[in-house]
Design a protein around this ligand. Structure first.
Ligand code: PLP
Length: 468
């Protein structure tokens, strides 16, 4: 049976997986979520214990795409994607203390967890577009990890052109080169003479009014509002739990959080039957969710730029998906609440009973830059293991908020430290070596176009270079 998807605001049409994949934001402004979530018993989950990562991914993902993607085709995609990772286990677990672990999610081509989803997204898009005889354009803005992962994920797509904007001179050399050295006629890197917010605003404006594409093509979003990304991230919660004695033993996870996509995948895993006792929202000083969870005050503050750029957000868009469940999946109530939250005028509070329900599972912690660096040093002293700064925030939050030391605490290791030179240097360490497949990254030829922060010029460039 094909799964149906509904919007969190209750007014947009129900869609199938393939339409959700191609749609991004729902027409009522909401986000798509599965209408019904598959549930598994402990016995059933237990029976998956010996599966490889790819086999387990098939079990978990297939029900979400059924009707849109053929089972064998999905198998081929998963095999292609995860055989390209630099570790045979795909998502191995590293122990850092008694009953405390880091789930290494940085063995993909761009060394961050976003590869898990974006490698799949590229293949899913191309598969569905091929069948529908359609082509699409991806536009995105990045201050780091999303851009490179999206480019790597779509470089082999025949039906996708991708345009990624980054603020000129404001992305680290490694991160820029991970985008600009990827070869492919369908890849366009645009360095904007401006900051990230200007780039982001131009993307939003382009999605809002797509007439510059002259009706020939549609834009597709690759940020984590796209359900296909969340779906792929559910798998590693199951995989890590099964490897550490679940589902017989319960687990706790600490998740370095920005847009709330990765941790929402953990919440989904719990809904599907994985016994997760605690989910920790770990943020940097962009702590809008921590203030909400701890004080019941939702108030958007200006964006701060930190040494953990991939968690620098002012609002967490996927939090709406959790609110939808907390408000009993009532689209009208949620529309009202989101209107208040997005107005950014007053401090908004949630209904106390709803917040109490969220607090049964979620805790939160905000970690500042000095503490992030100290945690990198602490863990290195204790184990000789160098954390990337985002993961360090997760580890610190895990140690602050842990409820039960007898339950394994797993922090999601969201990136490899080699991507974040500033933090590694502040902690006083030599930069680690680039992994094998990237050793010549600094010598590779770069391709990028520098453009002013001018919407018309950017859109003209996109229209001109689309499917030449
Ligand atoms: C994207 C990213 C995050 C934040 O993930 P969300 O799904 O946006 O919460 C954390 N760490 C790293 C390294 C990332 O690239």
């Amino acid at each position: 049976m094909a799964m149906k998807y509904i919007s969190t605001r209750g007014k947009a049409p129900e869609l199938t997986f393939e339409d959700v994949l191609l749609t991004g934001l729902a027409s009522d402004g909401g986000l798509y979520v599965p209408k019904e979530v598959p549930q598994y018993s402990k016995e059933e989950i237990e029976s998956w214990r010996d599966l490889s990562y790819t086999e387990l991914a098939h079990k978990i993902i297939y029900p979400f795409v059924e009707g849109s993607v053929d089972g064998d085709a999905l198998k081929t995609m998963l095999e292609e994607v995860y055989s390209g990772f630099g570790h045979k286990a795909v998502a191995p677990v590293q122990q850092i203390d008694h009953n405390e672990y880091v789930l290494e999610l940085f063995h993909g081509p761009t060394l961050a967890f976003k590869d898990f989803a974006l490698q799949m997204l590229g293949r899913l898009l191309d598969y569905i577009l091929e069948r529908r005889h359609e082509k699409v354009v991806i536009m995105g803005a990045t201050s780091g990890d999303t851009g490179s992962a999206a480019i790597e994920g779509t470089k082999a797509c025949r039906n996708v052109d991708i345009f990624i904007l980054h603020p000129n001179g404001k992305v680290s050399d490694v991160q820029r080169r991970q985008m600009t050295t990827v070869k492919g006629d369908n890849i366009f890197n645009i360095a904007i003479e401006g900051n990230f917010d200007q780039a982001q605003d131009m993307i939003k404006a382009s999605f809002g009014d797509q007439t510059f594409l002259r009706g020939e093509r549609k834009l597709v979003a690759v940020n984590s509002i796209n359900w296909a990304r969340i779906m792929s991230q559910i798998v590693y919660y199951f995989y890590s739990a099964l490897n550490l004695g679940g589902p017989v033993r319960p687990m706790a996870y600490s998740v370095p959080t920005g847009n709330f996509g990765d941790i929402f995948a953990g919440y989904m895993a719990k809904k599907m039957g994985l016994p997760i006792e605690q989910l920790i929202i770990a943020t940097n000083s962009n702590d809008v969710l921590h203030r909400l969870m701890s004080k019941n005050q939702y108030e958007v503050h200006p964006l701060q730029h930190t040494i953990t750029p991939s968690m620098d957000i002012a609002v967490s868009s996927n939090f709406e998906r959790l609110l939808f469940d907390l408000y009993d999946r009532d689209g009208d109530q949620l529309s009202e609440l989101m209107a208040k939250m997005n107005a950014k005028e007053d401090v908004v509070s949630l209904d106390e009973a709803k917040l109490a329900k969220a607090r049964e599972l979620f805790d939160s912690c905000a970690v500042d830059e000095d503490t992030t660096v100290k945690t990198m040093q602490e863990v290195f002293d204790e184990t000789g293991y160098l954390l990337d700064p985002h993961t360090a925030i997760g580890v610190k939050a895990a140690r602050e908020c842990r409820r039960n030391t007898r339950i394994p605490m797993i922090t999601l290791g969201t990136a490899h430290p080699v991507k974040f030179e500033e933090a590694v240097q502040r902690a006083g360490y030599k930069m680690p070596e680039l992994p094998h497949h990237l050793t010549d990254l600094m010598e590779r030829e770069e391709r990028l176009t520098v453009l002013p922060a001018d919407l018309e010029k950017v859109q003209a460039f996109v229209a001109e270079n689309t499917f030449k």
